[in-house]
Design a protein around this ligand. Structure first.
Ligand code: NAP
Length: 258
C-alpha cells in the first residue's frame, strides 16, 4: 500500500486563533488528515463550537480558551493539551493583532508595543515552551502565520509589517538551531484573505477591485486556501522543508502589484 505523505494520524496540533478565519481552516484540515487538534482563541464559546463541529464530523478536537498575550493562559493551554494527549507535535502560531492603521509617524507607543508583544514575543514564548519536548522526541513542526506585508513597505500598516518580518526571522533562527533535532520551523505568509481581520482592506468594492486586478489569480483568498500548506508542513510531505517563507497569495508578490 502506498504511504500517505499527508497522513497526520497520531499527531497532536495546537493552533492559536483557531476559532475563526485562517486558523480555523487550518485546524479543520489537520483534523481531516487525522491529527488531534486543540482549538483555541479568547472566546470560549466559539472555540467550543468549532471543536464540536470537528468531533461531529469524525475528527478529534478539544477547546481550550487562551489569550496568547497572557502567560498564565498560554501555560494552561499547553498543560491542558499535554494532560489530554501527552504531547505537542505541531504548533501553529496564527493569532495576531493589528491595532493601528495610519502613518508610521503617528502610531501610539501602546499600539506599537502591543503589536510587537502579541505578534513577536508571544510567538517566541510559545516556541520556548514547546520546542524542548520536540527536541526530546526528535520530531516537530512549527509554523508562524506571517503576512506578505512582512516582505514589503507599507504606508499604513508599518508596525504590523515590522512584526510580520520579525516572524520570518524567528523561523530562520529556530530552523538553523533546531534542524539537527528534526524540527521544521516555517512561515506561512498569506496575501489578502477574506476574514474579519482584513475586512477594512476589502469591504470597499473599489479597493477590492484594485486589489483583485493586481492579483494574477484574479480573486482574493478564502481561509481554505491556506489549509493545504499547513497540512504539507505538518506532515511527512514537508519533512525536509525548514526555515522558509511560503507566500500563499494568488501570485500577488510575484506580480509586484496589489
Ligand atoms: P480572523 O478571522 O479575525 O481570526 C483571528 C483569530 O485569532 C480568531 O480565532 C481570534 O479569536 C484569534 N485571536 C485574536 N487575538 C487573539 C489573542 N490575543 N489571543 C488568542 N487568540 C486571538 O483573522 P485571520 O485573517 O484568520 O488572521 C489569522 C492570521 O493571518 C493573523 O496572524 C494575521 O496577521 C494573518 N494574516 C491575515 C491576512 C488576511 O488578509 N486575513 C493576511 C495576511 C496575514 P478571538 O477573537 O476569540 O480571540
Amino acid at each position: 500500500m502506498a504511504m500517505n505523505l499527508f497522513d497526520l494520524t497520531g499527531k497532536v496540533a495546537v493552533i492559536t486563533g483557531s476559532s475563526k478565519g485562517i486558523g480555523r481552516a487550518m485546524a479543520e484540515a489537520l483534523a481531516e488528515h487525522g491529527a488531534k487538534v486543540v482549538i483555541t482563541s479568547r472566546k470560549a464559546d466559539l472555540c467550543d463550537e468549532v471543536a464540536a463541529g470537528i468531533n461531529a464530523s469524525g475528527g478529534e478536537a478539544i477547546a481550550v480558551p487562551c489569550n496568547v498575550s497572557h502567560k498564565d493562559q498560554r501555560d494552561n493551554l499547553l498543560a491542558t493539551t499535554r494532560k489530554t494527549w501527552g504531547k505537542i507535535d505541531i504548533l501553529i502560531l496564527n493569532a495576531a493583532v493589528n491595532p493601528y492603521h495610519g502613518s508610521a509617524l503617528d502610531i501610539p507607543d501602546s499600539a506599537f508595543d502591543k503589536t510587537m508583544d502579541v505578534n513577536i514575543k508571544c510567538n517566541m514564548a510559545f516556541c520556548r515552551d514547546v520546542i524542548p519536548e520536540m527536541r526530546e522526541r526528535k520530531d516537530g513542526a512549527v509554523m508562524i502565520v506571517s503576512s506578505i506585508g512582512g516582505l514589503r513597505g507599507s504606508t499604513v500598516l508599518g508596525a504590523y509589517c515590522i512584526s510580520k518580518a520579525a516572524d520570518m526571522q524567528i523561523v530562520r533562527n529556530l530552523a538553523a538551531e533546531f534542524g539537527q533535532d528534526n524540527i521544521r520551523v516555517n512561515c506561512i505568509a498569506p496575501g489578502l484573505v477574506k476574514t474579519n481581520f482584513a475586512r477594512v482592506l476589502y469591504e470597499d468594492p473599489e479597493v477590492a477591485a484594485k486589489r483583485i486586478a493586481g492579483t494574477p489569480m484574479r480573486r482574493l483568498g478564502e481561509p481554505e486556501d491556506l489549509a493545504g500548506i499547513a497540512v504539507y508542513l505538518a506532515s511527512k510531505a514537508g519533512s525536509w522543508t525548514t526555515g522558509q517563507v511560503f507566500c500563499i497569495d494568488g501570485g500577488v508578490t510575484t506580480a509586484g502589484e496589489g
